[in-house]
Design a protein around this ligand. Structure first.
Ligand code: GDP
Length: 456
């Protein structure tokens, strides 16, 4: 996962707050201070971090909030919203339409990953049924055309360029014209990058832009510059009409959070991120799912790897089958509780599922949690069979009527509210479980490819 370090620190801070017996001002401040430290380490601008902290404090008025779970949820939601706000430029990007010719011009400094990203962008769209083409208008860097040609050939994408012609404007115009005639719907123009923001580079960019009239100018930027991305993005925006940004090398740099928030501050939408050197290490960037992952609210990739790692081969298909069906019954909950209590391999897996056991069994409160799980299981033990069907196999136990609930309470020597609490827990876990619905069951050896897809 990108930004694993930042994500880890933030979810740890939230977890610690959740583990606190009472959530008072001190617990909230400790949590916010941890998050602040993590964001500053990721090179997020100090002002943005301070504003976020103040906003959360304004939203979360501890005195007004009811005790218990609610408070944690409200704080988590406020943190989620503020992080989203920090990364949201408040402006959507122009999106090319399949089947209608669009010209997309790539700009950026040399070494930012521009040429690599042009091919990734073309390849991404080609897989989705588009007809992309690549034009190399970089006549400045020796070997630029060869690099583009090599990448394009590998991905079977048509390309245009010249070893002889030194005028980038001429090449760009010829390439765009040719691919328009060939009915390509996504014509990508790679322009030359220089070592730094220099006048000649901007002038050349303006000329290519004027001559090819791109529908979208994409600015490619290396994430390792962190918050300095703000000045770089501004400088490019002042010279050409940058419509959106792609931030590269998110796999290798701790400063990625800083770069993303800095770009958002220039009101330019980030639409993709580069996460490696390979053609398919390229992800759509969407603020909300990105922040969910950052907060550990859905690291499916870790979950699938864990299944592969710890569940015996012969038990994997059955478990994955149940997950893929998405129907969470009380019986499955019962079995998972057994596994969690035994901490058998499947118990280990479920303790990794975001939300599955963190709240059910927070660290440091294991004894208490075990007692709770056992209590739930005793109540489930007193559910009855009707004909062949057991109440445990119902996928909709929330429809259970009052008399059934009272009977279960009586049968297990518990209160009605305990049964209601158990059914609430069921509903919460069923929601998490249902996210796995439609899971493609992998064949042997396919597990890591699958987890990459689920994380995308
Ligand atoms: P350009 O000068 O801007 O056209 O940059 P290149 O496309 O030649 O890329 C410069 C270097 O960065 C190459 O070694 C690429 O393989 C590498 N690169 C590009 N994107 C990524 C990325 O998302 N992650 C990593 N790790 N490397 C990347």
């Amino acid at each position: 996962m990108v930004l694993a370090q930042l994500g880890g620190s933030i979810s740890r801070a939230l977890q610690q707050m959740s583990n606190a017996t009472i959530i008072d001002e001190k617990a909230l401040n400790d949590c916010l201070n941890e998050i602040t430290r993590a964001l500053l380490q990721a090179d997020v601008q100090f002002k943005l971090v301070r504003d976020m902290q103040n906003n959360i404090k304004k939203i979360v008025n501890l005195d007004d909030l009811a005790a218990g779970h609610n408070k944690r949820r409200i704080i988590q939601q406020a943190i989620f919203n503020e992080l989203c706000k920090m990364l949201d430029p408040g402006k959507p990007s122009f999106t090319p339409k399949k089947g209608k010719t669009s010209v997309v011009m790539f700009v950026g400094l040399q070494g930012s990953g521009k040429t690599t990203t042009c091919t990734k962008y073309a390849y991404y769209h080609q897989k989705k049924g588009w007809k992309p083409a690549l034009v190399c208008a970089d006549t400045f860097r020796a070997g630029a055309f060869d690099q583009l040609k090599q990448n394009a050939t590998k991905a079977k994408i048509p390309f245009y360029g010249s070893y002889m012609e030194s005028d980038p404007v001429k090449i760009a115009v010829e390439g765009v014209e040719r691919f328009k005639q060939e009915n390509c719907d996504l014509i990508i123009v790679d322009t030359s990058g220089r070592h730094k923001q220099e006048v000649a580079l901007f002038e050349e960019m303006r000329q290519v832009s004027e001559a090819t009239k791109p529908d979208l100018v994409l600015f490619v930027m290396d994430s390792s510059i962190g918050q300095a991305a703000f000045d770089q993005a501004q400088a490019f925006k002042q010279s050409v009409a940058v419509g959106a940004v792609i931030v590269t090398k998110m796999d290798g740099h701790a400063k990625g959070g800083g770069a993303l928030s800095a770009v958002a501050a220039t009101k330019s939408p980030v639409i993709f991120i580069g996460t490696g050197e390979h053609m398919d290490e390229f992800e759509v960037f969407d603020v909300k799912p990105f922040v969910s992952r950052l907060l550990g609210m859905g690291d499916w990739s870790g979950f699938m790897d864990k299944i592969h790692e710890v569940v015996p081969m012969d038990q994997q298909p059955e478990l994955l089958q149940k997950l893929s069906e998405g129907n969470f019954t009380l019986r499955i909950m019962y079995e998972q509780f057994q596994n969690i209590l035994k901490m058998g391999p499947i118990g280990q897996v479920f303790s990794m599922l975001p939300g599955f056991s963190q709240e059910l069994m927070p660290k440091g409160r294991e004894k208490e949690s075990q007692a709770k799980i056992k209590r739930y299981m005793t109540m489930m033990d007193s559910m009855t069979n009707e004909g062949k069907r057991s109440e445990l196999d119902s996928t909709n136990p929330k429809l259970m009527n009052d008399s059934r609930i009272m009977r279960i309470a009586r049968g297990s020597g518990r209160q009605v509210r305990d049964v209601m609490e158990m059914l609430e827990e069921y509903k919460r876990l069923a929601k998490i479980w249902s996210k796995m619905k439609g899971l493609k069951i992998p064949k042997k050896g396919e597990m890591s490819a699958l987890s990459r897809n689920m994380n995308a």
